[in-house]
Design a protein around this ligand. Structure first.
Ligand code: 7TS
Length: 421
């Protein structure tokens, strides 16, 4: 599942994917920005959508639109059927045992908040420990801080080294019988590090802790098998997997979900309500209060079909070729420093240029048509660790090309020209 990329390796050019053909599936990739062809390298923020996803959402609103799990009229039944089919697609995508373990949320952020609030709120006691890492996105920090404050639990943080790898000796040292939950990124959004999650899960279970993996940056880049991983919770966002925004997934081990109280109350999550007592619905509906993002869910199903037809292993391999090419070319740019040089990386190239603020890099690149993200990437502790206010970050999807990487490097040279004057 994990694949190594060494930053000084130059890989063969031959792409395994018919990238040019696949690019035609994404209408927006033909766009021009400031008169230049769009070079979209902000895929860690969100990915572009293939026509099949756009058409599926449009078809839903044109031909099906109705609320689910309610009416017995034809449209409602059809909408329910498609919504539940999407759940089965997600189950297969993650290789979960049962669709009862697949909960639709708004995204990774809501998935983690659900676990922190429901699992954390019901399990954590004063002095219990929550173990996260120094490379987490704010979405995998703040929900734990909130629940720690409410329960008296203590947040512990596994530090990272200069390459942006977890210091595993520290992880093992911090893990103890007091650790209730370990919550770590599968892949870091700011550094690209692929974490040794198998080792983390094994050790955490041996210590009696449950493990949540934040898969926001992993699900679109490598096959994920929750049974093989043996994780307890897995969170990801549809919009980083070529699906619409506002739809995400929480996988949870059934026995844990059964024991957890509802996260939100409302319609659909109940069996019967009276003022004296409310009986909650079965899994997964217990955790899906209110009318969900039906169109987005069906769109996610279409995105998963698309990704599986293209093939995640080939997509991931192509992205690693791009990363290796980008890394090799970036290292040849005077004054450029790569932030995040883990031995096992995926799809993210964070960097700084001597004496030039990342925001200036981002602005000039934008004028060249090259879209990247600059800033703290919602991972401020990572910036603090490196003593930086921000980085510039290019992040690759399978539809990116070597020519686009070369356009990135040319635009970075333009930045250097501008600042030389
Ligand atoms: N966890 C990680 C590792 C992420 O990269 C992100 C989003 C989230 C959680 C939150 O996901 P959401 O869909 O609920 O917002 N990361 C980024 C990023 O790197 N640039 O923009 C969003």
């Amino acid at each position: 599942m994990t694949r190594a990329v060494s930053i000084d390796v130059t890989r063969p050019a031959a792409p395994a994917l018919p990238v040019e053909k696949l690019r035609a599936d994404f209408p927006i990739l033909d766009a021009r920005v400031h008169g230049r062809p769009l070079v979209y390298l902000d895929n860690a923020a969100t990915t572009q959508k293939p026509r099949i996803v756009i058409d599926t959402v449009r078809r839903y609103y044109e031909e099906i639109n109705a609320n689910i799990h309610r009416g017995i009229h034809a449209l409602s039944e059809l909408a329910t059927q498609e919504y539940e089919q999407a759940r089965e697609k997600v189950r297969r995508f993650l290789n979960a045992r049962s669709t009862r373990e697949i909960i639709f949320t708004r995204g990774t952020t809501e998935s983690i908040n659900l676990v922190a609030s429901s699992f954390g709120g019901s399990r954590l006691k004063h002095g219990d420990e929550i173990l996260i890492s120094g490379m987490e996105h704010h979405s995998n920090i703040v929900p734990w801080q909130l629940i720690a404050e409410q329960t008296g639990a203590v947040l512990k943080v596994v530090p990272i080294d200069d390459r942006g790898e977890l210091i595993m000796e520290e992880f093992h040292r911090l893990l103890s019988s007091r650790t209730t939950i370990v919550a770590v990124a599968h892949v870091s959004n700011a550094l690209g590090t692929v974490n040794p999650v198998e080792e983390i899960i094994r050790a955490a279970h041996a210590a009696g802790a449950v493990v949540l993996l934040d898969g926001a940056q992993a699900a679109a880049h490598m096959p994920v098998d929750v049974q093989a991983l043996n994780c307890d919770f897995y969170a990801f966002s549809g919009h980083k997997l070529y699906a619409p925004t506002g739809i995400g997934v929480l996988y949870g081990r059934e026995a844990l979900l059964e024991a957890m109280p509802p996260y939100q109350g409302g319609g659909d999550m109940i069996k019967a309500v009276s003022f004296e007592k409310t009986i909650y619905n079965d899994l997964p509906y217990k955790f899906e209060a209110g009318t969900p993002n039906i169109a987005g869910t069906i769109g996610l199903g279409a995105a998963i079909d698309y990704v599986q037809a293209v093939g995640l292993p080939a997509m991931g391999a192509h992205e690693l070729e791009l990363l290796a090419h980008a890394t090799a070319r970036a290292l040849a740019v005077p004054g450029l420093r790569i932030i995040g040089t883990a031995r096992n990386k995926a799809s993210v190239l964070s960097f700084v240029l001597d004496g030039i603020h990342p925001h200036d890099i981002g602005t000039i690149l934008d004028h060249e048509g090259v879209a990247i993200r600059t800033g703290h990437h919602c991972a401020m502790p990572v910036m603090t660790r490196y003593g930086l206010p921000a980085t510039a970050r290019a992040s690759f999807a399978f539809y990116n090309t070597r020519a686009e990487v070369d356009a990135l490097i040319a635009a970075i040279e333009t930045v250097r020209e501008v600042f030389r004057q």
